[in-house]
Design a protein around this ligand. Sequence first.
Ligand code: HEC
Ligand code: HEC
Ligand code: HEC
Length: 278
Amino acid sequence: MFKQLIILVMISLYFWSTPSFSQTDTIILKKPPKSLAQWYKPENKRQVWLHTMFRLRREMLAMSDYSQKKMPDDLEKWSQKFIKDYKSLAKMVPQWQDYLLLNQLNELQKNVENHNYSAIKPTLKHLSKSCMNCHDDFQTVATLLYRSPNFYDRNISEGFSGEEMAYDDNMMHLSTSVNRINIAIKDGYFDIAGQQIEPLEQHLEHLATSCSDCHQEDEVPVKRIMNASQSLLTELAEQLRLKEQKQSGRKLGEFAVKVCAKCHSIHKLPSDLQLLFD
Ligand code: HEC
Ligand code: HEC
Ligand code: HEC
């Protein structure tokens, strides 16, 4: 009887809790229209959309400052630039027209021509709401999709097998290798752990050559990670030779943080997030 009661309570708890979980734990993100891609590399030579955005911010600031200082010529110059750039958004991504307050542009132009400075501030404020509305819906996702490198369909020209290999397969091998060293250290098999170091070094060197697909070979970030890997693995080998269990474990941990985790926070996380949109 008591057992049945407990089961009943558990079942009702399950049904009671499930709907609220599904409601509170869901995030809905909107995907930008495909037409945005043509304003970014590789479809375009430049990051046209992004640079239009930088100009809009500059133009808003210039208009605000010059209207406050009551400097009509400069105000006129910057408002013309702004109107042109703001209108260009509708042409670049027609699907986003509804976000734009194009009728406010006439208002702005009229106030600039009439030197009606006090009316400009509210118009700019109004216009900046249109910036925010679109940013709330799309800015983060657009940055992720169009300006972060992805790795999920990338290969390493000479991976673990000695041949071209998918990035994630290569990563699984690296992970296996690091874990085997970890297990051997924990169980006191220092020689076995030591034998794994050289091949791991070689695989990291191959990984490093793949960085130059995007980075210059002598670039600081790649150097930092790869130099750390070389020196830490050398120090680890020395600790293994001395059969220092605690120090070996620490060195391996330091290696995993400075080499694997550092790169993951920069390159794996955005790449994984992009996959959610595929
Ligand atoms: C219809 C949509 C839309 C409108 C309207 C819009 N933006 Fe943007 N904006 C974006 C998107 C999408 C991004 C992300 C671009 C990226 O990261 O490459 C962005 C990014 C930006 C950035 C770059 C932020 C950064 O440093 O990474 C600035 C600055 C900016 N917008 C200014 C403005 C201003 C000012 C306005 C209004 C006058 C405006 N935007 C209106 C869509 C819009
Ligand atoms: C470029 C810098 C970089 C370095 C250095 C790096 N990784 Fe990765 N790692 C990635 C990226 C990017 C992915 C995601 C690959 C994908 O999506 O196909 C990844 C994925 C992984 C995965 C998941 C694989 C899967 O199939 O889900 C593991 C495990 C992993 N890495 C382990 C390691 C270990 C262990 C090291 C250190 C010895 C390391 N990585 C060093 C960038 C790096
Ligand atoms: C698909 C292209 C691509 C590949 C491959 C790639 N990166 Fe990057 N990486 C970038 C981009 C883009 C940035 C951001 C802009 C920049 O700093 O150059 C970046 C930034 C970084 C940064 C942060 C910038 C800094 O100054 O700290 C690090 C660290 C880094 N990469 C390490 C690596 C390592 C290590 C590899 C190879 C194992 C690698 N990357 C492979 C594209 C790539």
